[in-house]
Design a protein around this ligand. Structure first.
Ligand SMILES: C[S@@+](CC[C@H](N)C(=O)[O-])C[C@H]1O[C@@H](n2cnc3c(N)ncnc32)[C@H](O)[C@@H]1O
Length: 217
């Protein structure tokens, strides 16, 4: 994949590629429609289009990210509809066969999510769940029957919490892949805050990153 990441746009990290790898081997229905939420440069949207999805939509709150998605779709000779807005707002009542997301999930220094600046790419409230919970809660209204939500995130913000939230939202939860390793660069930069909040044990410098799936009935 050719990927251009202009200044001010999130540069994909290992968690992006972990979800992209899952997408590469995922079984998609014929004429599948895919939504990439919090798309950044569009790495996942382009991966879905290359995998053969018929219609791919990417949503990001950043204007620069939306432009990057359009550039990257063109560079890879695939079609992606890139929209700017807050999570599901730009897609109205549309439903999809697959929703993928690598959203901001790093516990922030403060309550709430930043409205601008680079931290908006990764900060997600005091527990890191501000966007994850909204995505899981709203996903069922945007999935076709049998469709799936696939999310990637760290154990620091609670893998079991996401699985439980999926169940409560009426999705059948599951772990597609999980990998233990050293803290990524964004979590590493926050170790003192994470320890203070009890999200990281004293001296703990590892996390698990997992791709989780919630399947609609
Ligand atoms: C961690 S980055 C991931 C980008 C891309 N999915 C990837 O894996 O490379 C999260 C992205 O979410 C976007 N974002 C933050 N808040 C958002 C919101 N409320 N609605 C849509 N996008 C949002 C940011 O602009 C950023 O591009």
């Amino acid at each position: 994949m050719r990927l251009l990441v202009p200044p001010g746009v999130f540069r994909p990290l290992s968690d992006t590629w972990m979800l992209a790898d899952v997408l590469r081997v995922a079984t998609l229905p014929p004429r599948a429609s895919v939504l990439d939420l919090c798309s950044g440069s569009g790495a996942l949207a382009v991966a879905a289009a290359r995998r053969g999805a018929r219609e791919v939509t990417a949503v990001d709150i950043s204007r620069r990210a939306v432009l990057a998605v359009r550039l990257n779709a063109r560079a890879n000779r695939v079609r992606v509809r890139a929209l700017r807005g807050d999570l599901f707002a730009p897609v109205g009542r549309l439903r999809f066969d697959l929703i993928v997301s690598n959203p901001p999930y790093v516990p922030g220094e403060r309550e709430g999510v930043p409205s601008a600046g680079p931290e908006r790419h990764w900060d997600a409230g005091a527990d890191g769940r501000a966007l994850l919970d909204r995505i899981v809660d709203q996903a069922p209204e945007h999935l076709r029957g049998g469709g799936s939500l696939m999310l990637v995130h760290s154990s620091i913000c609670g893998i079991d919490a996401t699985l439980e939230r999926m169940r409560a939202a009426g999705l059948e939860p599951g772990v597609v892949v999980r990998r233990r390793g050293p803290l990524g660069p964004l979590m590493s930069a926050r170790v003192h805050t994470l320890e203070r909040r009890g999200l990281l044990g004293a001296g703990q410098r590892e996390e698990e990153v997992a791709v989780l799936r919630g399947r609609a009935p």
